[in-house]
Design a binder for this molecule. Structure first.
Ligand code: ADP
Ligand code: MG
Length: 475
């Protein structure tokens, strides 16, 4: 039988079909059209450059074997790639050889993707508009103005600001924002998107959670729309992908994202990622993807300090046009100290309850209401905590209290810490002495005596101690 491109490709497909999962076959091989066979060179047409990259990356070995089986050792494969410039123009094609053609099948480098520009079907596009328009999926409240600055977020915030002013134009690409739950990752990442949309409305920005992206990928496999899916994301100027730790274990989706990432990065587009851990600690992600996550800047969001927590609460109150007494705000900020979302939640629940009960909120009521919110209300006060509180109060470094120094303000902080440890914990004098820099029990007795005397004689000192005690009791 004479060999034609059609029957050679058919025979190849028979073998390929037996060697890969049905779904993969349907996705990656059924759309291929055999074009011609000239002197042992089989040319196949693939719908996009991305298709070509994918085939070369995942199936080059299989393709090489099958082509050589049917065309002999001289057998070569070439791709004809449809590159659609715009819907009005005829698609033009470009030819590329397979890297599997060489005797050893050594990988040659895959050429840079060509920017594609076509009408793209995708879940976010607003229908009926000619130019590609995308609803960026941003929450308009997540802005920089609403994002309180503090030591906990200074680097991430200013890097985000720089990226928002010049997307793709800084070395922070990708910008990876990482940190624990409820610390503002989503807010900050979206603030960048909102900023760009405000100053450069034509930029195509898309916010997508990693989970949603994975789901869209699975759907596009099912519906045979993988090409549209990839083209859509590759057409963006800025992708904000939230919670990339959720890529763990999803290799196929990581592969796709890897290609999208490369395409955007090479064309100077901006990627913004968030995750619950720094890239080096992310488990279940492919090394090559992780290495790209480390290319730009990783900046962390940590737990806000008391001052920042108060500022966040006040800002929120101001926005909602409500007022709470200062000691209530202080109480909330003091007790919910590791999650901004919970901080806001506590306040909302306070307000809701006060509206329902038609009662003004005072500290007693707040304590009563927040019982359920604040876990282990009766938690034991530890010497560490006392020490931390005292040092924060007098603004002295914690390690100084344990040192030998006799500087007045340090001695004072040390003595008050000892005094409070004696009155607020069940620790023995000996253990208190040991904790505060290996001192003996008589030092502790002397410290307590001194503090008591000063409380009696020095009004200012008395106020200090009462103030700290109040804070202790609020915890
Ligand atoms: P994450 O994505 O890290 O879990 P979010 O971005 O969803 O956290 O933040 C949780 C809530 O806390 C949001 O309502 C957000 O607006 C608020 N928030 C977090 N950090 C700040 C901040 N620095 N200033 C103002 N609001 C903040
Ligand atoms: Mg989030």
């Amino acid at each position: 039988m004479e060999k034609t491109c059609t029957n050679v490709w058919e025979s190849c497909l028979q073998i390929i079909k037996d060697n890969i999962p049905t779904q993969s076959f349907k996705t990656w091989f059924e759309p291929i059209i055999p074009l011609r066979l000239e002197e042992s060179v089989l040319t196949i047409q693939v719908p996009s450059l991305f298709f070509y990259e994918w085939l070369e990356e995942h199936y080059v070995g299989l393709l090489r074997k099958t082509v050589k089986k049917h065309l002999g050792d001289k057998g070569r494969l070439e791709y004809n790639i449809v590159v659609e410039k715009s819907s009005s123009q005829k698609p033009f094609t470009t030819n590329l050889p397979s890297s599997g053609n060489g005797a050893e099948g050594k990988n040659q480098s895959i050429p840079m993707p060509i920017a594609l520009n076509k009408d793209i079907k995708n879940p976010f596009v607003i229908p009926g508009l000619k130019k590609l328009q995308v609803d960026p999926q941003l929450n308009p409240n997540y802005t920089f103005e609403n994002f309180i600055e503090g030591d906990c977020n200074r680097l991430a915030r200013s890097a985000g600001y720089a990226v928002g002013a010049k997307p793709g134009g800084t070395s922070f690409n990708p910008l990876m924002i990482y940190g624990g739950v409820g610390l503002g990752k989503t807010h900050l990442a979206q603030a960048i998107g909102n900023e760009v949309k405000k100053t450069m409305p034509d930029k195509l920005v898309i916010y997508v959670s990693c989970e949603k992206f994975c789901q869209q990928f699975v759907d596009s496999l099912k519906n045979n729309t993988i090409n549209d899916f990839v083209n859509f994301y590759q057409a963006m100027d800025i992708i904000i992908m939230d919670d990339v730790h959720n890529f763990a274990g999803k290799e196929k989706t990581q592969d796709i994202f890897f290609h999208i990432f490369n395409h955007l990065h090479q064309s100077g587009k901006q990627l913004i990622l968030t995750s619950d851990k720094p890239p080096k600690d992310l488990a279940g992600l492919e090394e090559r993807l992780l290495s790209r996550f480390k290319w730009g800047l990783s900046a962390d969001l940590s737990v806000p300090d008391m001052e920042t927590r108060m500022a966040i609460l006040k800002k929120k109150m101001y926005q909602d046009g409500i007022e709470l007494p200062n000691d209530v705000i202080e109480y909330v900020a003091n007790n919910i100290d590791n999650n901004v979302r919970e901080l806001e939640g506590a306040m909302v629940s306070l307000l809701a309850q006060s509206t329902l009960n038609k009662k003004e909120i005072d500290l007693a009521l707040a304590k009563q209401m927040l019982k359920n919110f604040i876990k282990n209300t009766s938690k034991e006060i530890s010497m560490e905590y006392i020490q931390k509180l005292v040092c924060e109060y007098f603004e002295v470094p914690v390690e100084m209290v344990k040192s030998k120094t006799r500087k007045r303000e340090i001695v004072q902080a040390r003595q008050i810490s000892m005094y409070l440890s004696k009155s607020h914990t069940k620790t023995s004098l000996k253990s208190i002495g040991a904790f505060f820099g290996g001192r003996d029990h008589s030092t502790v007795i002397y410290a307590c005596q001194t503090v008591e005397d000063l409380i009696d004689t020095d009004k200012k000192f008395k106020a200090y101690v009462y103030d700290i005690q109040k804070k202790l009791k609020m915890s």
